[in-house]
Write a protein that binds this ligand. Structure first.
Ligand code: PHE
Length: 361
């Protein structure tokens, strides 16, 4: 084969590539040149038969031609793709006058919102959030809280018991968030300042009770905190949470086995014409139980009552959410009705609502 022949083949192959008018035609040109039986492939296979003194220069020529053809294939491919895109851009249209599709936006459940607010307010006072399991044992839910064997709270009627275990004991769905007091005192050294928002369970279902509800527990343990601190702390919380600067509160003596003295806290409200108003009028509404942690509870947690003391409180979250946001029926919280959620729910990530009611620092 002469140099002339090679130049003719080169012209033919490059011509075919340049003449391809679509990607399928270009592929045919590629196969004709570089495919298994392509012209150039055949020539390379034939190199063995070429006289030894010519073989080196012929090999170099064929390699150069191969490079040239590959470059031409790439260039033509880019050209065809560009043309394709241009054609599409010329024919396709975006109608920018169409109105945007509305974005579906979820809502925060009032319980989540209320927990966020409570955490923000106590967080600003230096409380940390603690958690515990929903399934508790008898020791943490009852015994270590100084709840005696014959206390009504232990009865089958009020508490959800799990099936008996091999050793005869039965776990419970925690009936309050107070077991987290025990877990915290047994695992951390004072000073302790925690709040515990979480689910609680009682075998109860009517207008004002659901079998699952939420509480937030508070616990402060150190060497000096006393009843005055308890009152001040809860009064500040109520002002911030209900966003009423001088919301009236009162403490009534009450009994819980794990505090001494114990109290219930009410907030002032009015109930005129079926409408509930916080911070006005002469009616009272109970929102939480509280007191000074009982020395026996400290002892159960291996804390010396002669050295350590502190206070605890437990508040119903549904209760304060209903009060603050005017939600009349407790049962609707857990019916998962989207219309209800749209009405009573909150936009996500609206941090402003968390900060609005905060106690001045
Ligand atoms: N655990 C009590 C309840 O569920 C509330 C409480 C907590 C009372 C802490 C006193 C101290 O009713």
């Amino acid at each position: 084969m002469t140099a002339q022949d090679l130049s003719t083949i080169r012209g033919a192959l490059l011509g075919e590539i340049a003449g391809a008018s679509d990607l399928a035609g270009l592929e045919r040109a590629r196969v004709a040149a570089l495919g298994k039986k392509g012209r150039l492939t055949e020539l390379m296979k034939g190199l063995g038969q070429v006289a030894a003194e010519e073989r080196k220069s012929r090999g170099a020529e064929l390699n150069a031609l191969k490079g040239e053809i590959e470059a031409a294939l790439n260039a033509q491919k880019a050209k065809l793709e560009d043309a394709d895109l241009d054609a599409r851009l010329r024919t396709e249209r975006v109608d920018i006058t169409l109105p945007a599709r509305p974005e579906a936006e979820g809502r925060l459940h009032p319980i989540s919102q209320t927990i966020d607010e409570i955490v923000a307010i106590f967080g600003a006072m230096g409380f940390k959030v603690a958690e515990g399991p929903d399934i508790e044992d008898d020791f943490h839910n009852f015994t270590a809280l100084n709840i005696p064997e014959d206390h009504p709270a232990r009865q089958m009627m009020d508490t959800f018991y799990l099936p008996e275990r091999p050793d005869g004991s039965r776990l419970v769905l925690r009936t309050h968030t107070s077991p987290v007091q025990i877990r915290t005192m047994m695992s951390q050294k004072p000073p302790i300042r925690i709040i515990v928002p979480g689910r609680t369970y009682r075998c109860d279902s009517d207008m004002t009770h659901t079998p699952m509800f939420h509480q937030v527990e508070g616990l402060v343990i150190d060497k000096t905190s006393h009843m005055g601190h308890l009152k001040g702390c809860l009064a500040d919380f109520c002002r911030a949470f209900f966003e009423v600067p001088d919301v009236p509160i009162r403490f009534r003596p009450s009994f819980f086995p794990f505090v001494e003295p114990g109290a219930e806290m009410d907030i002032g409200c009015s109930r005129k014409g079926g409408e509930l108003k916080i911070g006005a009028g002469d009616d009272w509404l109970e929102i939480l139980g509280c007191g000074m942690v009982h020395p026996k509870v400290l002892q159960y947690c291996n804390l010396n009552p002669a050295e350590y003391q502190g206070f605890a409180f437990g508040m119903g979250i549904e209760r304060v959410a209903m009060l603050k946001y005017g939600i009349p029926d407790l049962r609707t919280f857990y019916e998962a009705d989207l219309r209800w959620l749209r009405h009573y729910g909150f936009p996500a990530l609206e941090v402003a609502t968390l900060v609005r009611g905060l106690v001045p620092q």
